[in-house]
Design a protein around this ligand. Structure first.
Ligand code: C2R
Length: 175
């Protein structure tokens, strides 16, 4: 089994693994990494395909928990087996990101990821929404981390402040 090229942008001890089916998914999935960096959550990312390299995937996923990974974010397009295959191979929570493109423009990936059989869940976010996958991963980690809880509260407060500022602007246009 070959070793997968793995990048660890912000830590020696990653807590989240971002996995995607092809290097062509990297740009869509980059928002997950950027969001985790915002919360200072250490992560690693790898491109590995369930369809094209199943034995390599099984070897990689089998070691995630013992390496200290707590949550997996898995993104794929087309007939997206990858998130479900990861969920089949680990008891860690798996968050799926369906990626648009191809003849069905992501509907195929969305249904493949969200319609998992009972007992093997993949928490599925919207098409291409790797940002939400990272926020959800952070919320899972925050269950045992008060500092992360505070960062998430501030993150949500920012939406409220932006909404209030937008409302004030709408009520006093041009001022
Ligand atoms: P290429 O650009 O490499 O041909 O991949 C990838 O996620 C990508 O969106 C095209 C698309 O195929 C998807 N892919 C899967 C899997 N492996 C690759 N859905 C898998 O194992 O599920």
């Amino acid at each position: 089994m070959s070793e997968i090229p793995r990048t660890t942008p912000n830590a020696q001890s990653p807590k989240v693994a971002i996995v995607y089916g092809s290097p062509s998914d990297a740009q869509t999935m980059s928002k997950a990494g950027a969001t985790l960096e915002r919360f200072s959550v250490p992560y690693e990312q790898v491109s590995v395909s369930a369809h094209r390299s199943p034995r390599t995937l099984a070897g990689y996923v089998g070691e995630l928990a013992t390496r200290g990974i707590a949550v997996v974010i898995a993104g794929a397009g087309l007939a997206a087996a990858l998130p479900g295959a990861v969920a089949a191979l680990t008891t860690l929570p798996v968050i799926g990101v369906p990626i648009s493109g191809g003849a069905l423009d992501g509907m195929d990936a969305l249904l493949a990821i969200v319609q998992m059989p009972p007992g093997v869940p993949v928490a599925t976010v919207g098409l291409n929404n790797s940002t939400n996958a990272a926020v959800l991963a952070t919320q899972i980690l925050a269950l045992n981390d008060p500092d992360l809880q505070a960062l998430l509260a501030a993150f949500k407060d920012d939406f409220e402040k932006a909404a209030a500022a937008g409302l004030a602007e709408a009520l006093t246009p041009g001022q």
